[in-house]
Structures are given as C-alpha cells and as structure tokens.
Design a protein around this ligand. Structure first.
Ligand code: HBI
Length: 96
C-alpha cells in the first residue's frame, strides 16, 4: 500500500527536487515543474520516454504540453498527496 509522505520523511526525499526546479503546488500536496525543450519533437520524445517509466512503475504524471514546453504535476491519487513514487518519477524525469 502506497503511503503518503509524512512531514518527518518528506524532507530528504523532496529537498533535492527544489534544487532542480520543482515546487510545491499552491494548496495541494503535489509538486510541479515546467520543462522546456528545443522544439515540439524533443518535448514529445521526452514525454514518450517518461511514459515508458510511468507504465513500468504504474505511476503517471498529470502534464500539459504546448509546443516546446511540458508542465508536469506529480501527486499520488491513492493517498491524495505525495508519495515516494512522486519523488522517484520526478528524479527520473530530471534525468531523462
Ligand atoms: N498515478 N499519479 C498517479 N497516482 C496514482 O495513484 C496512480 C497512478 N497511476 C496508476 C495507479 N495509481 C493505479 O495503481 C490505480 O489507478 C489502480
């Protein structure tokens, strides 16, 4: 069963993400980041690579793409907030 990150455990997991441009969503236990790419093809290619990991981990982003930009929000529906899966997928996205 996926657990919601507690106030005690979330620090070490989330702190590195603030350094790479992730932020908390106002009024929601979720994180958001805007990714910019060279063009649409690059943005879509990156989304495709992310999608493979999302399927593998059964954990999917909420995202919107406009040309060279992808705005990504991560949260875990099952716990209505952040879980380790969100931190894991965020780290993967930063590395792709
Ligand atoms: N993706 N972000 C997110 N949060 C979830 O809770 C989630 C998901 N993808 C698939 C998934 N849960 C399934 O495990 C459940 O819909 C059954």
């Amino acid at each position: 069963m996926t657990e919601k990150l507690s106030a005690e455990t979330r620090g070490p997991l989330l702190d590195p993400l603030w350094q790479t441009g992730w932020e908390m969503v106002e009024g929601r236990d979720a994180i958001v980041k805007t990714f910019k790419f060279k063009d649409f093809a690059d943005a879509f290619g990156w989304m495709t690579r992310v999608a493979i990991w999302a399927e593998k981990w059964d954990h999917h982003p909420e995202w919107a793409n406009c040309y060279d930009t992808v705005v990504v929000t991560l949260s875990t529906h099952e716990v209505d907030g952040l879980s380790t899966l969100d931190a894991k997928l965020a780290r993967k996205m930063d590395g792709l």
